[in-house]
Design a protein around this ligand. Structure first.
Ligand code: GAR
Length: 197
């Protein structure tokens, strides 16, 4: 078995999808890391008795907050980090300091529309395909190696709300699948520390 940490700042619907999937596996979601103590994701974790680590970013260098996070990840024996709507950009302190893979799920078809507001940007861009990307995190913003993309045609949705719902449905369908597959490979020793692909 292998141990997952999820980082989230908001609603936590992807955190819930991952937690509920892993509850039926040999792996464990051992901690929710958040920068927002009052985020709905924190309540979702409490409902599932999953520990929460609230990182203190306010008034500090990002690196200081990340060193605290790294200590928590080590203490919990985390093998994999899954970002799920964590709205802080990670610095090399965390990216290079964590020995396992870090994955992310931006709601766009990278390299289109990296960064914040990706669903709105995609919807209003005139792109004929909208979708999601799951990728390994590197030092850029949404630039790391792609693991999987899933898409749908823009004409299949009536408006922005429908596009958002469709994107979230894709996230909830595919993030648990990819994360569980990575955890399986880690447990079998098939992913070496620090690997990004
Ligand atoms: C998700 O749509 C995820 O793709 C996006 O935040 C949302 C979190 O929703 N991530 C980013 O925009 C990262 N830049 P959730 O809190 O309900 O999982």
């Amino acid at each position: 078995m292998a141990n997952l940490a999820v980082f989230a700042s908001g609603t936590g619907s992807n955190f819930v999808a991952l937690a509920d999937d892993l509850a039926e596996s040999a792996h464990s979601l051992v901690v929710l890391v958040t920068d927002k103590q009052n985020a709905p994701a924190v309540e979702r974790a409490a409902e599932r008795s999953i520990p929460v680590f609230s990182a203190q970013y306010k008034g500090r260098e990002r690196e200081a907050a990340e060193r605290d996070i790294l200590a928590e990840l080590e203490r919990r024996g985390c093998d994999l980090v899954a970002l799920a709507g964590f709205m802080r950009i990670l610095t090399p302190t965390l990216i290079d300091g964590f020995p396992g893979p870090i994955v992310n799920i931006p709601p766009s078809l990278l390299p289109r529309h990296p960064g914040i507001g990706a669903i709105e940007k995609s919807y209003h861009s005139g792109d004929t395909e909208l979708g999601i990307t799951i990728h390994y995190v590197d030092h850029g913003v949404d630039t790391g190696p792609v693991i999987l993309q899933r898409s749908f045609k823009r004409d299949e949705v009536a408006d922005l709300t429908a596009a958002e719902a469709r994107i979230h449905a894709l996230e909830h369908r595919w993030y648990p699948t990819v994360v569980r597959d990575l955890l399986d490979h880690i447990a079998l020793g098939q992913i070496r520390q620090g690997a990004t692909q």
